[in-house]
Design a protein around this ligand. Structure first.
Ligand code: ATP
Ligand code: MG
Length: 328
């Protein structure tokens, strides 16, 4: 069975972007692949974060993963920091990605631009190295990500080519799986920017209450055109709402345009808000049960054990390939 792997950083409250971009599909993948789902808590340290916040976010994401239908017995669900093979492989792979290519990554460029007057830790620069390690450590063939992460997976592919050319057929070449219908969910207040949990203006959070969600959707930025049609250039706000509605209902953009061809923005927004609440209310109920249960620790222990059992032999293979001595 092919290996599928994906991670989410516990940097903030999960958004509708995270959910539609990736999380919603994981339950289906669980039936088709051998799945590794992890919380990228080491990656969350790449920008300043308070310890208590990180801890709470981590347990929130874990509970939301489970609430969205991931079965920790069937899939491997774990914390990146609890499987030390990630950090070990990171140290090795650092030498096979180059400073030039890392400095060209869009995520790195936009963060350094935004923080140009602040001290910036090295981790944000080497972020794609650890992400490559995360992926190749399990011989993952498929990596479902939102469109914003495809550049990093491309870089991981370059790394695999480079590494295998030098040492033989050691690493598996990963491929992204991007959900074409909801590849990038945009901010409701500035639809030129992606909805992002570490920059929460214009976000819908999965744990927002129904009223808040409705309020946020009703005040989403639109335009003066007055027609519900998909035109991201001239009507980015409406197009984003169409995209959200289509993803939630699993229908096409054209179907949404058709359904609402005579509706005004207010009516359409009400329906979008309702669709979001219909999806998220049951999710929140499940989340609340899991988050307050004492099972979380044993779920993490099981996940770390299963992940390490899979990762250790692959790490050893890499170590041997580069000439490190492994005591087995
Ligand atoms: P951060 O701002 O900390 O980077 P994020 O919201 O981008 O947070 P990540 O943990 O970086 O979340 O990403 C988790 C997954 O969600 C990734 O696969 C990413 O591609 C996807 N994702 C994030 N934002 C969106 C979005 N707006 N639309 C679709 N997918 C998204
Ligand atoms: Mg991100």
């Amino acid at each position: 069975m092919d290996i599928l792997l994906t991670g989410i950083k516990p940097t903030g409250k999960l958004t509708l972007g995270n959910y539609l971009g990736v999380m919603k599909r994981l339950k289906t993948y669980q039936e088709q692949y051998d799945c590794y789902f992890f919380i990228a808590d080491l990656h969350a340290l790449t920008l300043p974060i308070e310890p208590e916040v990180l801890k709470n976010n981590t347990l929130d994401v874990l509970s939301l993963f489970i609430a969205s239908g991931i079965n920790p017995k069937k899939s491997t669900l774990f914390l990146q920091s609890q499987v030390s093979e990630h950090a070990e492989l990171n140290t090795i792979l650092m030498n096979y990605l180059y400073m030039g290519e890392l400095s060209r990554m869009t995520q790195f460029k936009s963060i350094t631009e935004k923080m140009k007057n602040e001290a910036i830790g090295l981790g944000i620069f080497t972020y794609p190295v650890l992400m490559s390690a995360d992926i190749v450590l399990y011989n993952a063939s498929f990596v479902p990500v939102g469109e914003d992460q495809t550049q990093h997976v491309e870089l991981a592919r370059d790394l695999v080519h480079r590494f295998n050319k030098k040492y033989g057929d050691i690493l598996t070449l990963p491929r992204t799986l991007v959900n074409t219908s909801s590849k990038r969910i945009m901010s409701l207040s500035d639809p030129s920017k992606k909805m992002s949990k570490s920059d929460p203006k214009g976000d819908i959070f999965l744990l927002d209450d129904e009223k808040t969600i409705t309020k946020k959707v009703m005040s989403a930025v639109t335009d003066m055109v007055g027609k519900i049609q998909y035109d991201p250039t001239n009507q980015p706000g409406i197009s984003n709402l169409i995209n959200i509605y289509a993803s939630l209902k699993s229908i096409s953009i054209e179907e949404v345009e058709n359904m609402f061809k005579d509706a005004n923005y207010g009516t359409f927004k009400k329906e979008v808000a309702k669709a979001i609440n219909d999806e998220l209310t049951p999710l929140k109920e499940k989340y609340a049960k899991i988050r307050n249960s004492d099972e979380l620790n044993s779920i993490l222990a099981l996940g770390a054990k299963k992940a390490s059992e899979r990762a250790r032999p692959i790490l050893n293979k890499v170590k041997k390939a580069v000439g490190l001595i492994v005591n087995e």
